[in-house]
Design a protein around this ligand. Structure first.
Ligand code: ADP
Length: 396
């Protein structure tokens, strides 16, 4: 091979068995060195073609004319620096591995170059290493590409999911909001019918009006529940540092009649502050404590709430000695309108835990239950901690 002028294309001798195709861009002012580099690659099975340049203008031209799989750059050139090729690659938005091929390169300089983004370096008197270094660089680039592709796919899916969730939320909100008005008319007029015509038609008519009015009232409650559920995702909530001890004190005050009536004992550990909307946290605590009282079976309820504070989030638990939940229902109970009992046995609509889940997940947390039928339940959930300056830390 002969010395090449900037932009010269070099072809390796024809190989008997065609190897891995590789197009390289050499930044090199010495034609003999360029030929040695290509020979080293060829000898190790690369079917290599190359452009050889020695300054920035020719480098950019070659990049644009035929993007290489790898750049092999001499560290010291009369008119340019090998490391400048890296800057050009970046400014062209190209992710092409760049390997320094140099006569001498001290360890400190080599480490500095790699820190700045060079893939590796090979000394000219150790060119036997070059093929392996090139192979590794190509492999890593390929892996980077795949990872990037996977990240993009994931980001797109997350985006689609977020969009479809928000569509669904919007639908639930609009449906439940708009259904209220016609339903109010149905409820009002069936009630009126009942009041005005009870005992004036036959017995069956009284019964039918009763069913219709009961059904309309139940539907009103379901729609209100659905509306409350879909409101959680909407933007009215304001996150701040919430003192959970103060929230629990208020929740217990509100539940005082149920606590008195059931003879429940509620034990509270020291609760940490969380970064969330205060009203939603109150709703979460209230739903869990109210359930612990409601699903008590025939024992006097013993309820305990505690929390462990970790750096970025706290783990809360609410345990009771109630009827418990069979493990196969541990997931279902968090789904909207899913209940394990008839309303005649335990009142309710099955929205409470779905609301709890939505609140906890809104703050990046997780909620689950640990329980066995008949032996009490422990609901656990995580919520983000406020940072030391009273702001939110990273999510759990
Ligand atoms: P609701 O209380 O209206 O039924 P929830 O969504 O709050 O709705 O609860 C769903 C179901 O989970 C309940 O019907 C009940 O079967 C079960 N559950 C909830 N909390 C408890 C608890 N503390 N102990 C036993 N079962 C519970």
């Amino acid at each position: 091979m002969t010395a090449s002028s900037p932009g010269t294309a070099l072809e390796t001798p024809v190989s008997a068995a065609p190897g891995v195709k590789l197009h390289a861009l050499l930044v090199e002012d010495n034609a003999l060195d360029a030929a040695l580099v290509l020979r080293a690659l060829f000898k190790d099975g690369f079917d290599v073609t190359a452009d050889v340049v020695e300054d920035e203008v020719a480098f950019i031209q070659a990049l644009r004319a035929r993007p290489p799989e790898v750049v092999l750059a001499d560290y010291n050139l009369p008119n340019w620096k090998g490391m400048d090729a890296l800057k050009t690659l970046r400014s062209e938005g190209l992710d092409i591995p760049m390997i320094l091929v140099s006569g001498t390169l001290g360890d400190v300089t080599a480490v500095e170059c790699i820190k700045q983004g060079a893939t590796d370096y090979v000394l000219k008197d150790g060119l036997a290493r070059l093929p392996e270094v090139v192979r590794r660089a190509l492999r890593e680039k390929n892996e980077r590409g795949l990872r990037h592709q996977m990240e993009e796919d994931l980001a797109r899916k997350v985006d689609e999911l977020a969009r479809s969730n928000s569509d669904l939320e919007q639908f639930a909100y609009v449906a439940s909001h708009d259904l209220q008005e016609p339903l109010r008319m149905v409820t009002a007029y069936t009630q009126l019918l009942g009041e005005r015509y009870r005992g004036r038609l036959d017995e069956s008519a009284d019964k039918y009006i009763g069913y219709a009015s009961e059904g309309a009232q139940r539907m009103q409650i379901l729609i209100q529940d659905l509306l409350a559920f879909s409101r959680i995702g909407r933007n009215s909530a304001t996150s701040m540092s919430v003192d959970c001890n103060a929230v629990m004190a208020e929740v217990l005050l509100g539940l005082a009649p149920a606590i008195l009536e059931s003879g429940a004992t509620v034990t509270l550990g020291e609760l940490p502050a969380v970064w969330a909307d205060r009203t939603q946290i109150a709703q979460l605590f209230q739903n869990l404590i109210a359930n612990a009282i409601k699903f008590r079976g025939d024992r006097r309820p013993l309820i305990a709430m505690q929390a462990e504070k970790a750096d970025q989030h706290s783990l809360f638990s609410v345990s009771d000695n109630g009827i418990g939940i069979a493990p196969e229902y541990a997931q279902n109970i968090f789904v909207v309108f899913q209940r394990l009992h008839a309303r005649t046995e335990y009142p309710g609509n099955g929205i409470g835990l779905a609301i709890c889940k939505k609140i906890v997940e809104r703050y990046g947390g997780r909620i689950w239950v640990e329980s066995q039928a008949g032996s009490g339940s422990t609901f656990k959930f995580t919520l983000p901690s406020p940072g030391p300056d009273g702001k939110q830390e990273a999510r759990p």
